[in-house]
Design a protein around this ligand. Structure first.
Ligand code: SAM
Length: 497
């Protein structure tokens, strides 16, 4: 069993799936899940145009702008453009309620779509604001600012007043000398760069290299600590390889940005003929906050396309993974904890949001909607089957964390609200494309794709396809030993109104 509260100073890697296998006494019924599978069987289609690279951030690495900040949970610009061209070539209004670093918003916008996004994590908001600054910036002035700043002795500008207020899981992440340089750079930008867009981009460059100059590596749910940090190590000491000095890393990043900004438009895109000139595109609208609160504010039948990827039900903790970036943005311990609770439930620490949601729906006069959403949630039989099995596993000590059933329950409960709202705000003929992974706990597969698609149909949508990707997620060796090699599906769901 792993105690999350002790994660702060450890080099911990925990499997995304639980590895305690139930005995035959606890082996459970799969009847409801099989029935659901059979209902969707013909719509589960392997799409050879989609692969893991395209669906993940990987494909963005070489793409100007998109590759500046490694937002690992992001999907690629190519995926966005593939889906739009394939499913709705005529631009309209696009919404991404889990906007992340904004791939959907900006890639769709390049094709002439009016786009709007919601994001609760300040990391994604900061990245999207930087992207907006790019659209406004005078490239030559930025180039000059970069040329100047690279001659500055950053340590000379260090000012205690701007020092980071570290939280337990980031303290000691940089060497003292490098942290001084980093703070000096921030102070210089804030005091000596008056154009706010240029200042934002210079500060964003530092934000993008925090992992590179630190003793940490983002690794699943946690920051992994290099032995050189002096932090206690797990059984196996970890070496992340080369650690960049601040000066090296910032020079590389700024040069990358300048190069990307000065390339001609025809080199920026793989599909130049489709790209709408920047001046004639509507600026993406970005709202900060939880989509659980923001979605109900969108009028009925007002969106043509929803392209999104929610967090997966896999215990991945964004607030720990992006702790360096949150501290950089000035977030402290309590604020980070609050953010964790505000996010869609996907960690074992998330508490349920039922009371909040009930109050909110009552306050906006949508009590009937609230009741209907709960009814759909409570009557999703495959989900209830999984939940009751997970409850039993918890009670019999099979799960390695007793909060897993709560995580899975809350995940679907909240997604039920999201899907209800998406079905309401979509125009007839509109399409939702959602990227998500199935998960497994203690050997029990949770068919996230089928359960969410069934909820979508209960709210009046049609699940046209569940496109599966070539290679699903791997299994832990123990699971493979006990259950044979079964792949967890990674899918793009296509729902239509
Ligand atoms: C899989 S990522 C999406 C990445 C995005 N497609 C991109 O390309 O960058 C899921 C995102 O949902 C955000 N998120 C989690 N809970 C949320 C909520 N309640 N409201 C809005 N965004 C949320 C997370 O912070 C994360 O950025």
């Amino acid at each position: 069993m792993f105690d999350l509260s002790s994660a702060s100073n450890a080099t911990v890697k925990i499997d995304l799936v639980d590895d305690v296998i139930p005995t035959s006494a606890t082996k459970a019924s799969r009847v409801k899940r099989e029935t659901l599978f059979n209902r969707f069987r013909d719509r589960l289609i392997h799409n050879p145009s989609l692969d893991r690279t395209l669906v993940s951030f990987q494909a963005n690495k070489q793409t100007p702008f998109y590759g500046w900040f490694k937002y690992r949970e992001g999907f690629s610009r190519q995926l966005v453009q593939y889906l739009l061209k394939e499913l709705m070539p005529q631009p309209g209004v696009l919404l991404d309620p889990f906007a992340g670093a904004g791939s959907a918003l900006f890639a769709a916008n390049e094709l002439g779509w009016e786009t709007q996004g919601f994001e609760v994590l300040p990391v994604g908001i900061y990245a999207m604001q930087a992207r907006l600054a790019v659209e406004r910036i005078d490239v030559k002035a930025f180039q000059e600012a970069v040329a100047q700043i690279l001659f500055v002795d950053f340590a000379e500008h260090y000012d205690e007043q701007f020092a980071f207020k570290h939280i337990a899981i980031t303290s000691g992440a940089y060497s003292q000398a490098e942290e001084r340089q980093l703070i000096g750079y921030i102070v210089f930008c804030k005091r000596h760069v008056s154009n706010l867009d240029i200042q934002h981009l210079l500060l964003y460059a530092a934000f993008c290299i925090l992992e590179d100059i630190s003793y940490t590596r983002k690794d699943g749910q946690y920051l992994r600590w290099d032995a050189r940090s002096g932090r206690a190590q797990g059984k196996k000491s970890f070496n992340k390889g080369y650690i960049f000095s601040f000066r090296e890393a910032i020079s590389n990043k700024l040069n990358q940005m300048v190069n990307d900004l000065i390339v001609q438009p025809n080199q920026r895109s793989l599909s130049q003929e489709d790209i709408i000139e920047q001046a004639s595109r509507p600026t993406p609208i970005i709202s900060t906050g939880s989509c659980l609160k923001l979605l109900p504010t969108i009028p009925d039948n007002s969106v043509n396309f929803v392209l999104t990827s929610p967090p997966y039900a896999n215990r991945y903790d964004y607030t720990r993974t992006y702790a360096l970036e949150l501290v950089y943005l000035g977030y402290g311990n309590e604020e980070v904890k609050q953010l964790r609770q505000d996010m869609l439930s996907c960690t074992v620490e998330n508490r349920d949001k039922r009371t909040q949601l009930h109050e909110y729906y009552t306050q906006i006069g949508r009590d009937a909607n609230f009741r209907r959403i709960e009814e759909v949630f409570n009557h999703q039989e495959a989900l209830q089957e999984v939940l009751s099995i997970l409850d039993t596993y918890r009670d019999t000590g099979v799960l390695n964390n007793s909060n897993i059933p709560r995580l899975v329950r809350n995940y679907f409960y909240e997604m039920c609200f999201v899907i209800h709202e998406l079905a309401r705000l979509l125009q007839p003929g509109g399409i939702i494309a959602m990227v998500n992974d199935n998960v497994r706990y203690a050997g029990e597969e949770v068919p996230v794709d089928l359960i969410l698609s069934d909820m979508a149909e209960k709210f009046g949508l049609t699940a046209r396809y569940i496109w599966t990707l070539g290679r699903g997620k791997g299994n832990s060796s123990q699971q493979m030993g006990n259950h044979g090699r079964t792949e967890l599906r990674k899918c793009v769901y296509i729902w239509e109104k």
